[in-house]
Design a protein around this ligand. Structure first.
Ligand SMILES: CC(C)(COP(=O)(O)OP(=O)(O)OC[C@H]1O[C@@H](n2cnc3c(N)ncnc32)[C@H](O)[C@@H]1OP(=O)(O)O)[C@@H](O)C(=O)NCCC(=O)NCCS
Length: 179
């Protein structure tokens, strides 16, 4: 089966119960999630935004947002964790991958809302993401992490990623593992 054909298999939404007993729905991102993603970004602290984007961001870039909610099937993928809210639903976590510059390798990012941390949500999102990436034909997954982002480095080690230095930049690490 080709990578593109595999990628067109829809992702089945599922519920997940976190360690603290709260439940979320995990599903593939949709174009209509854009507004909720903006709201989720606005709820993040300045530090979380900096850790995620490695720069100070006051708002999401509209082009990056448009691309993020319409991943290229079989090549890119994004999962969101949603919970019911007064206006329909909130996004409390998200993880995505895109193709990296290295062959058969994808690059991930992950974010969990501050009041949903510490319950295993990021690990659940990344594990699901890795299964999908492998099915899409990737054989390794990697991500750039600020060297002082201890929660993300701990999460990476917990999921058995290797942590590697980035040449000529001591402020950033590369975390990487085979799929
Ligand atoms: C990093 C981040 C995604 C972790 O989310 P989370 O849902 O709290 O992580 P989990 O609960 O799934 O953690 C799983 C494991 O990772 C490690 N870990 C995660 N956060 C940790 C922390 N703050 N301190 C120590 N270990 C931590 C632990 O081993 C943990 O397992 P344990 O709770 O059984 O000890 C979250 O802090 C975040 O969104 N940060 C801002 C965005 C960011 O930095 N993204 C990464 C760059 S792409």
């Amino acid at each position: 089966m080709t990578r593109a054909r595999r990628g067109h298999v829809p992702y089945r939404a599922r519920r997940a119960t976190l360690r603290d007993g709260r439940t979320v729905t995990l599903r593939a991102v949709r174009p209509e999630d854009a507004g909720e993603i903006v709201q989720a970004f606005e709820r993040l602290s300045a530090q979380s935004r900096y850790q995620r984007f490695m720069q100070h961001k006051r708002e999401l870039d509209p082009h990056a947002l448009a691309r993020g909610v319409s991943p290229v099937p079989g090549r890119e993928f994004a999962l969101v964790a949603t919970v019911p809210a007064y206006d329909g639903y909130d996004i409390v976590g998200a993880a995505r991958y895109v193709a990296s510059a290295q062959p058969k390798t994808c690059e991930f990012s992950v974010t969990v809302a501050e009041d949903w941390r510490g319950a295993g949500l990021a690990a659940t999102l990344l594990r699901r993401l890795m299964l999908r990436a492998r099915r899409d034909g990737y054989r390794a997954i990697e991500g750039f992490v600020l060297a002082d982002n201890l929660p993300m480095l701990a999460l990476a080690r917990y999921l058995r990623f290797g942590v590697l230095p980035v040449p000529d930049d001591t402020t950033v690490c590369l975390v990487r593992r085979a799929l």
